[in-house]
Design a protein around this ligand. Structure first.
Ligand SMILES: Nc1ncnc2c1ncn2[C@@H]1O[C@H](COP(=O)(O)OP(=O)(O)OP(=O)(O)O)[C@@H](O)[C@H]1O
Ligand SMILES: Nc1nc2c(ncn2[C@@H]2O[C@H](COP(=O)(O)O)[C@@H](O)[C@H]2O)c(=O)[nH]1
Length: 213
């Protein structure tokens, strides 16, 4: 992972500690699958920024681990109160990254992983977080639809909204200079290897620092 901006100049990080990593990509592209693998293999290196959402938990999801599940009213009040770095309406629900979620991970000197949609990326680019931006893309829309249907988590209405958002995001994501790393998640193991390679330098740095401290 190179610490170089699009213009090739070195940037001073706004906060001490390792650079966060922002994962984005269409719903169903495989972001959670890949980042869960990464956090399992490197549990002492990465920490997940637990977002807030107004959507209902899926079977197997845990409050405080996968998301903080809140009402729309509570979320809107917290956003208005300035508790969030970014927030967005996606597929009929609000999602957002609280300042506390990122701070909790950074306080442990871990690489903070964020999983956000494209609106989140645009909003984070206006902050001083200065993360590495990783785009996870499916090999095609047809594969994306198959994966989303196969996951069996969405109603037909939610699925159609997600596919529509995916089309828009895939177009926006083609703009040069938005992402530091672009991975096409076709074969899972190949995609995971590419992800590890892209982050290896930073992983080793954190391992070294956390071993001696
Ligand atoms: N390379 C792959 N090959 C086949 N299936 C995959 C692959 N990667 C992920 N999947 C499957 O595709 C589905 C969607 O993956 P996942 O939930 O990780 O996507 P996501 O990008 O996190 O979606 P969302 O943004 O909605 O949370 C899951 O059922 C997952 O098991
Ligand atoms: N802008 C933000 N987007 C987020 C956040 N947390 C998750 N997400 C994105 O929402 C969609 C749908 O997620 P799902 O869990 O309902 O499938 C996906 O693209 C996530 O990346 C957030 O805090 N901010």
């Amino acid at each position: 992972m190179r610490d170089v901006t699009a213009k090739g100049t070195r940037k001073q990080h706004a906060m001490a500690g390792p650079r966060p990593v922002v994962f984005t990509g269409p719903s169903g592209a495989g972001k959670s699958t890949l980042l869960k693998k990464l956090m399992k293999e490197y549990d002492s290196v990465f920490g997940f920024s637990v977002s807030h959402t107004t959507r209902n938990p899926r079977p197997g999801e845990e409050n405080g681990k996968d998301y903080h599940y809140v009402t729309r009213e509570a979320m809107q009040a917290a956003i208005a109160g300035g508790d969030f770095i970014e927030s967005a309406e996606f597929s009929g629900n609000i999602y957002g990254t609280s300042k506390a979620a990122v701070q909790d991970v950074r306080a442990k000197n871990l690489i903070c992983i964020l999983d956000v949609d494209m609106q989140g990326v645009r909003n984070i680019k206006r902050t001083d977080l200065q993360p590495v931006y990783v785009s996870i893309q499916p090999p095609s829309m047809a594969v994306l639809e198959k994966r989303l249907r196969g996951r069996k988590t969405e109603s037909e209405e939610s699925l159609q909204k997600r596919l529509k958002a995916a089309q828009v995001d895939m177009e926006l994501g083609k703009e040069p200079g938005i992402f530091d790393v672009l991975i096409i998640n076709d074969n899972l193991e190949d995609a995971y290897e590419q992800l590890k390679q892209a982050l290896l330098e930073e992983i080793n740095k954190v391992k070294k620092v956390n071993m001696v401290s």
